[in-house]
Ligand binder design. Structure first.
Ligand code: MOS
Length: 729
């Protein structure tokens, strides 16, 4: 049986409030935590597959051109080497979001330095690595390369453009205005678990164990790449050591393993090295942004201009959606928003955690801080004054809106001083101390999702879907939803994820996972409750299910009478996706110190207040917010991809040179989660949370750096050299 909901309007009665089990929303520890900390949770490279051969990828050492020759014979003469495979199907994978339309490319063409061009397979990893390192490859290099985003020809992205009123006239006429340019460096996803795959053919049937975010979509990508039917492919991804967008699509190791395993008639494992993960996996584009804001004497915005330039490879469709939340966050009648994409020969640009707002929001919030200062208005009060009652660009009401509450409650919890502000008010030894704040916003999405819930005759629940858990807590929240709805303690719920033999989930990405798959599990359980109520001769609302028994004492096992029950929940977004503006909101507050001599900035204290509908698990939701704030600190102070201007190769392709925040960089961080229900956001009244915590946070840190030392930075991250250069005399 299938319980289907296409959500066209609000879901007002979500059974999840007032239930007896009392599981949902609680800080339930991760149900897979024990397996993870004891090392029994299998990550992609760790599955026990009999006698795999080992593959190592070979990457291009030119920026653009063709592979003309590979010395296979020399490689095959090396110890243990079984095959050298240079196949265009491996290297010309479909662009993100375009399964079924693989771009036509010449075989073995190279479009960026570090692009995988071949896989060498051997008996052992060491033999494969040795042969890959010594593989002789000849190229025909094309000198016509574009490496500088500032010099390339811009392609306007018309879908992003908005013109309302007259921005220039409003800027000219305004009491206060700012017109500034902010640049952000590129980011890497830098997930802990490297990309890896083990492929295993049984006749025409292929099983690939890999580290992937969206099995529902990856199966189509892989089938397309190999020219086989989806029915012949099974993907397994039970545990994922972080993805952050880098595993939304399949990458070269998956196709390489599948091709090599087919050729050799034997399982093949391909694991990317850390350097390959950095050099081959999608980057966040650097951005160049112009902010033009103006307000009247009372601090009401009259002009809002946000224009951005981002880059990608020729032929790729993805453009970092920098303006995503700028379209609705603040009111102003005169608006001009636009985006350009330039084509350069750097590695592919794609989704890296919170694509768009992660870099767009900090730049906007830095400009807002400057305008508040010019207008002589406290930055919290300035934002409160400019929250629109409705979407300023389109007739799409907000599903719910918590920005004002987040600003007020966050300011109070942080101890925000709304007195007069100017730089260098506080100095401790060699350090200037300052505070800053910013708004947070991240669009909310849901996606089609299916999950099966089986109630066994023994009174246990089993949840099955191909949904993944990137470390976000999916296993746990689904167990909580099923346990709450079916009146079972959490140890009587089993959750099986990451296998395409199960019903298709929405995949993990864009913060849509929990709300979408949670809704599917909810729908399946609701249908099961109706059947249980029928058997108990009562109404579904009167069931009073708790600890495996209904009100009055009859047990579930008794009501099931030796029979198992099963339902598939099927959730689809409907008109609610197109008729409303749905977003999570929040506010960041930061206290930083800046060293007077070295320009080193440190975040002493940070607080984020967030509103994102129902909190499904107090602990895992908080962890997502903490993770977002950690990303904010990285984006503000240290994280930057550096490309060699001569050939575009990534010059800092490892965790020693690409500086993610470490424990010492993340000091006192506090998270406030507002109690909220959003009946339009999903069937379980929850919104996305994964990415919200980094959508503006770097701006709060930049504003605090200014308040500390007087340096208005125009580039992120704010490395010591940049801070020293920006310090006023
Ligand atoms: Mo996210 S960047 O859509 O995994």
């Amino acid at each position: 049986m299938t319980a289907h909901l296409k959500q066209d309007g609000p879901v007002d009665r979500a059974h999840l409030d007032g239930m007896q089990q009392g599981l949902l929303g609680k800080a339930v520890p991760r149900i897979e935590g024990y397996a993870k900390v004891t090392g029994t949770a299998t990550y992609a490279a760790e599955y026990d597959v009999a006698d795999p051969a080992e593959g190592v990828l070979v990457t291009a050492t030119i920026t653009k051109g063709k592979v003309t020759y590979i010395d296979n014979d020399a490689a095959l003469a090396m110890p243990g080497v079984l095959a050298v495979i240079a196949d265009a199907r491996m290297t010309t994978r479909p662009a993100q979001g375009t399964a079924g339309e693989a771009p036509e490319q010449e075989p073995q063409s190279v479009s960026y330095w570090g692009q995988p061009i071949a896989v060498v397979v051997a008996e052992t990893f060491e033999e494969a690595r040795n042969a890959a390192k010594h593989l002789v490859v000849a190229y025909e290099a094309d000198a016509d390369v574009d490496l500088d985003p500032a010099a390339a020809q811009p392609e306007p992205q018309d879908g992003q453009a908005v013109e309302m009123g007259d921005l220039t006239a409003a800027m000219d006429a305004a009491t206060h205005s700012v017109d500034l340019t902010i640049e952000t460096d590129g980011h890497a996803s830098a997930a802990m678990e490297p990309h890896a795959a083990i492929a295993d053919w049984d006749g025409d049937n292929l099983t690939v164990r890999a580290s992937l975010q969206m099995l529902n979509y990856n199966i189509a990508e892989l089938a397309d790449a190999l020219g086989v039917e989806e029915d012949n492919v099974r993907l397994i991804s039970r545990y994922v050591g972080g993805g952050f967008g880098s595993k939304l699509g399949i990458s070269e190791e998956v196709v390489a393993a599948a091709l090599a395993a087919r050729q050799l008639g034997r399982p093949v494992r391909v694991v990317m090295s850390r350097q390959q993960v950095f050099q081959c996996i999608m980057r966040r584009s650097e951005t160049h942004q112009r902010l033009q804001l103006a307000c009247d004497a009372e601090g009401r915005l009259t002009a809002f201009g946000h224009h951005a330039r981002v880059s990608n490879l020729p032929g790729e469709s993805f453009a970092e959606p920098v303006l995503q939340s700028s379209h609705f966050l603040y009111g102003a009648e005169n608006r001009s928003l636009g985006m350009d994409l330039v084509r350069i020969h750097r590695m592919t640009a794609g989704s890296v955690r919170a694509p768009g707002e992660a870099v767009g929001m900090p730049a906007l919030e830095m400009a807002m801080d400057e305008l508040a200062e010019k207008a002589g208005i406290d930055p919290v009060a300035f934002r409160l004054r400019n929250i629109p009652g409705e979407n300023p660009e389109e007739d799409l009401p907000f599903t719910s809106h918590t920005l004002a509450d987040c600003l007020r409650q966050g300011a109070e919890a942080f101890g925000w001083d709304d007195g007069p502000r100017r730089p260098r008010m506080r100095r401790e030894g060699d350090w200037w101390i300052g505070t800053g704040m910013a708004s947070a916003a991240r669009v909310h999405n849901v996606s089609e999702a299916k999950a099966r819930v089986r109630l066994t005759a023994e009174g246990r629940a089993v949840v099955q879907t191909d949904m993944t858990d990137l470390g976000t807590g999916t296993y746990t929240i689904l167990a909580q939803i099923a346990g709450e709805m079916l009146g079972l303690p959490i140890d009587r719920v089993t959750v099986e994820l990451g296998d395409t033999n199960h019903p298709r989930g929405p995949g993990s990405g864009g913060s849509w996972g929990a709300a979408s798959i949670g809704s599917a599990v909810y729908l399946a359980c609701k249908a099961l409750r109706e059947e249980i109520a029928r058997r108990a001769n009562t109404g579904e609302a009167e069931l009073g299910l708790k600890d495996g028994a209904v009100a009055g004492g009859r047990t579930l096992v008794d009501l099931l009478g030796g029979e198992a029950l099963e339902e598939v929940g099927h959730y689809e977004p409907g008109d609610n996706q197109d008729a409303w503006t749905a977003s999570g909101f929040g506010a960041f507050f930061a206290q930083v110190r800046v060293n007077h001599w070295t320009g080193e900035a440190r975040v002493d204290r940070m607080l984020g207040a967030f509103g994102f509908g129902r909190v499904l698990n107090e602990k895992t939701a908080r962890s997502q917010c903490l993770g977002g704030i950690t990303w904010s600190i990285g984006a503000a102070l240290t994280e930057a991809l550096h490309f060699d201007p001569r050939d575009g190769h990534l010059a800092n392709p490892d965790l020693a040179e690409y500086h993610v925040p470490v424990h010492r960089d993340v000091q006192d961080v506090e998270v406030l989660m507002l109690e909220e229900r959003d009946p339009l956001a999903s069937a379980i009244q929850a919104k996305g949370i994964g990415e919200l915590g980094m959508c503006g946070g770097a701006g709060a840190i930049a504003n605090a750096v200014y308040n500390a030392c007087g340096a208005r930075l125009r580039e992120l991250p704010m490395t010591p050299d940049r801070i020293l250069a920006a310090l006023p005399e």
